[in-house]
Design a binder for this molecule. Sequence first.
Ligand code: ZN
Length: 676
Amino acid sequence: MKKTFIFMLTTLMYFSCTSEKKDFNYNVEQFADLGILRYQVTDWDSLSLNQKKLIYCLNEAALEGRDILFDQNNRYNLAIRRTLEAIYANYAGDKADKDYEEFVVYLKRVWFSNGIHHHYGEEKFLPGFSQEFFSQAVKNLPASVVPVRENQSIDAFIAEITPVIFDPAIYAKKVNQDSRLDVIAASANNYYGEGVNQQEVENFYNSMKDPKDNSPVPYGLNSRLVKKDGKLTEEVYKVGGLYSPAIEKIVYWLEEASKYAENVQQKKVIDLLVEYYKTGCLKKYDEYSIEWVKDTESLVDFVNGFTESYGDALGIKASWESVVNFKDLKSTKLTKIISENAQWFENHSPVAPQFKKKEVKGISAKAITATILGGDCYPATPIGINLPNSNWIRKEFGSKSVTITNITEAYDKAAAGSGFNDEFVCCSYEKELMIKYGSQTDNLHTDLHECLGHASGQLLPGVDQDALKVFGSTIEEARADLFGLYYIADPKMIELGLLDNKEAYKAEYYKYIMNGLMTQLSRIELGKEIEEAHMRNRALIARWIFDHGRKDNVIELKKENGKTVVVINDYDKMRTLVGELLAEIQRIKSEGDFERAKDLVERYAVKVDPELHKEILERYRKLNIAPYKGFVNPVYKATKDADGNIVDVKINYTEGYAEQMMRYAKEYSHLPTYND
Ligand code: ZN
């Protein structure tokens, strides 16, 4: 539950452009609501050959898990993707044809979302081409490239797959959080077999939990729960289990990586991960996580595994992801200052004393340069990560928190001059602050969110960490965001040298409220509600503050020339409200107050004002900015000597989006089409 996504829909002019990066092309292409960017691996040449080899192997391991995620997102995703790719590679018809153009957009969207559901909105997106076009295109393919089931005819295949693509009612939503529904039955993901319902899942996993166990494993994290002969059973993701062909490849590359480990601790980490993949044993996973947290000395680091549970409405099952990276030493200095002062921040927060951590342990924060994005971090990626997710491990051993600086840099550079601020920001005062400090305060807020926010606070004894159920992620993200918002306005920022102007925080306050009240609506289709946990959290915070500041006129929504703008009249009072809400959200989390969490989320975080929504979409459309962004990875080429030893690893940035996706499909696709 610990990811930060970029939430500025762009903006922030970026004036300081260092000379070596001037010619780098950050924008790749744009289609539907998606923009594809490219990131640069700054300081690659500062790495030793051994570190480059290590990264090379970890990168390969990061790309090998891609098919797993497709299958986790929906049982038909691999069949659909492979069919579309076959058409893309073999199409002999007119490429200027409208149907074909729409086909290419659809395929690009499937690649982007790792399946047929929107990566952020969770709803199934529908193709713009006709069923006839699709069926004819499949029939035109050489039979050998159509991913039919065993002994299935092409006609039967088309009949099976067509409604999955075209019928809006089938697999309508990847994750359905609607608490009035059976959230398992209503979700189209593949974490649970056919016919498994929410009550059964809750009973199944509750019966595993021992309230006296102070170090529980994350039950159910790495498996699909299915019904066999009326009995529930787990199909574990491991070598020899579910997804074995992909996991075997991951293991192979991890074993290669282990040879180049920078030190004993890092080797231990990699070897434990291999053991976990081989056994599927969650105790092993916890051991691995603990050793991973302890490894703070290595320059190179990685995430690789079944990690985040946003994709499961009950937050039990984890999607596969990977990010490989190395320390950005310059930026790490700043996050280090923050984490070294963690206890001060905890002690001075507006939270009630019994909900505070007496001892905030082992928060290690660093800024990193990503070298590859894989699985659920590709092409859309978080800009900050805080792991592990296990509460007891975080409490006893701390967590590692990172911000990915070369990704935020790419966002900033690509967004320069988009016209967003001119359209949406009310006043010249705020505009100037945002130009001057927007990038800096945005990064700082992310650091505070990750290094302090998620790490702060404690549950009261006996409170179940899943007590808030479907509202848990939203409340957790709100907690971390509020902690960051509260402190970014604190004089301590100046004292620690994290900001040099006491007004600078207003850039973040303004942007946050504008985003939560208005501009994030640009990412939602008209008529839809807010679903995603981070978006819900931002709406919750912005609307709660707006509502509670009403009597003092703290924030206004004004109409100017028919355009709605946010005006903040009283920043001091706004900070007080941030503190009040933080105290309440922490209480909810600490006490496991499900009813109050439900009430807050339902009242502030879900519904959309249709008038305002329409207006934002129209204004946004005129700017022609893609609301969502993702990235192509660089290409790494290893040069080998006559004996097959790697003697150098070179990077290039020339690969296009479709080109990369087609290459990945060829080189990193080892799972069967059907994994049921
Ligand atoms: Zn977070």
